[in-house]
Design a protein around this ligand. Structure first.
Ligand code: NAD
Length: 499
């Protein structure tokens, strides 16, 4: 059995706690490796190394830091295939989708290559007599990121790209379920010229996370995962005086207006609902047709489209999606399907009981479709995070606007229409952080920022883009005066003003 290692101070470091967690191959259902779970002492040692290394890195000029990012981006491209296969083997998503996972992270690295420009402060000449004011963005020191299983390449890069480019040292605590790609990313950063100790990967569970949250030398923590844990992590880190950003779960709605291009909408919705087995925080697990005629036509087309989907192992180039991540998660999704039936929703297509020939022990589920799901149902209110699509019908535009707005989650939403007025009104009014207009998965590009509302995001600043730079730096503002000829001004006991 392979035992994975931490990556600390620029090298693979064996776990010393004696605690291990199994890493499965979701395609076969078998354990393929184990990963060490760090002790408090191991976390503390990693933070101490990072703290010592950070001083030199912060003093390196931003253009040199950008060169490391450029080289890392090149290495990601060179190793794309290897990384994608590694990712699929632990996560279960199909190879093409793993490439997308890496590519979306790479795009944040591309953004981080612009760090010399992004860190430029503001300057005001002549704010008063002989007075100039300027601001600078300085790194925080040692910062940490805690990431979920579903994007083991993209989400670590959302965080460590901007954090490291800004001059911080970074401790990554990736998901223990698919830890291999994060280790490989850290190795490639060293190969790209990053000094040892600036990017560290410490595996672990709640113990390691709490150790990071309580550590006085960790200045900021970025978290992505489920909402209850995001909320707890946010509260604990904030109580310890840290800057926090914690992204949580989701239940994104796709609104279909009567004038939508229905064939295009169905193609988009099916891809966004079932792609990656529904294990995306920007998946579309709810579809809301407006009006009876739209609902009838949409339902018919969805059933037909679902009938063409192919579930397969992650290396199957023809598979639309692969297994879910674990046996427990599969059982949880099946539990929600049973709950939906008990609650009175109509189970139109049942994905349970699916067995893939040759991979009978894999964690597979075929697509499930529910109709006549109602807002009071628990299976609608909760995030299922699997290949389950729920139709929640609305009579009017106002009702369709209300559904995602009133839902506990507010990550993403999409509207399908040809009506610009309606789309504009929807985008302006809906209480959700990211909106797609005829775009099913509106994950913002790397130079904008990613973040949901309500229970999908705790904290202020979003991930990556300028918010990422703001989150991982603090602003210092300098007011300087150089009086002409060294003239002495009278003492004053009044607050200086610009009268
Ligand atoms: P998770 O909450 O189980 O785990 C996330 C991280 O927290 C992991 O590193 C895990 O080891 C750690 N963790 C687990 N239990 C903990 C505890 N009690 N205390 C401290 N840390 C703990 O999430 P997951 O199952 O890995 O990922 C799926 C979830 O993440 C879904 O809810 C999904 O919507 C969400 N997600 C959100 C976004 C977003 O940006 N909003 C993006 C991707 C995934």
């Amino acid at each position: 059995m392979r035992t994975l290692m931490h990556f600390i101070a620029g090298r693979a470091t064996p776990g010393a706690s004696g605690r291990l967690s199994d890493v499965y191959d979701p395609n076969t259902g078998k354990v393929q490796a184990c990963v060490p779970l760090a002790s408090l002492d191991e976390v503390n040692a990693a933070v101490a190394d990072a703290k010592a290394a950070q001083v030199g890195w912060a003093a390196t000029n931003p253009q040199r830091r950008a060169r490391v990012m450029f080289e890392f981006k090149r290495l990601l491209e060179v190793h794309m295939d290897e990384l994608a296969h590694r990712l699929s083997a632990e996560h279960g998503k199909v190879i093409a989708d793993s490439r997308g996972d890496i590519q979306r992270g790479l795009e944040v690295i591309e953004f981080s290559c612009g760090i010399p420009h992004l860190l430029k402060g503001e300057y005001t000449q002549g704010a008063g007599p002989g007075i100039d004011v300027y601001s600078m963005r300085q790194p925080l020191g040692v910062v940490a990121g805690i990431t979920p299983f579903n994007f083991p390449a993209m989400i670590p890069m959302w965080m460590f790209g901007p954090a490291i480019a800004c001059g911080n040292a970074f401790i990554l605590k990736p998901s223990e379920r698919d830890p291999s790609v994060p280790i490989r990313l850290a190795e490639l950063m060293i190969e790209a010229g990053l000094p040892p100790g600036i990017l560290n990967v410490v595996h672990g569970d709640k113990l390691a996370v709490d150790a990071l949250l309580d550590h006085p030398d960790i200045k900021a923590v970025s978290f992505v995962g489920s909402s209850d844990i995001a909320n707890q992590v946010y509260a604990r880190g904030a109580a310890a005086g840290k800057r926090m950003q914690c992204m949580g779960g989701a239940k994104n709605h796709g609104i279909v207006l009567p004038d939508a291009d229905l064939d295009q909408a169905v193609a988009d919705i099916v891809g966004a609902a079932y792609g990656s087995a529904g294990e995306r925080c920007m998946a579309l697990p709810v579809v809301t047709p407006v009006g009876e005629a739209t609902a009838v036509a949409l339902r018919e087309k969805l059933i037909a489209a679902i009938g063409t989907l192919r579930v397969g192992v992650s290396t199957d180039p023809d598979a639309h999606y692969g297994p879910v991540v674990s046996a427990q998660h599969k059982a949880r999704i099946e539990g929600y399907i049973a709950q939906g039936v008990e609650e009175g929703a109509e189970l139109v297509v049942d994905g349970r009981g699916f067995s893939l020939q040759g991979s009978e022990e894999g964690f597979f589920l075929s697509p499930t479709l529910f109709d006549h799901v109602k807002p009071h149902m628990g299976s609608y209110q909760d995030e299922i995070f699997g290949p389950v699509l729920q139709i929640v019908r609305a009579e009017t535009f106002a009702e369709a606007l209300d559904l995602p707005s009133r839902h506990q989650y507010g990550n993403g939403v999409a509207i399908f229409t040809r009506n610009g007025d309606a789309a504009r009104e929807f985008a302006e009014g809906v209480e959700v952080g990211m909106v797609g207009i005829n775009v099913p998965i509106p994950v913002p590009v790397a130079y904008h920022s990613f973040g949901g509302w309500k229970r999908s995001g705790f904290g202020d600043l979003n991930q990556y883009g300028m918010d990422g730079v703001r989150f991982f730096t603090r602003t210092k503002t300098v007011t300087q005066r150089w009086p002409k000829g060294g003239a002495v001004t009278d003492q004053s006991f009044v607050i200086p003003t610009m009268r």
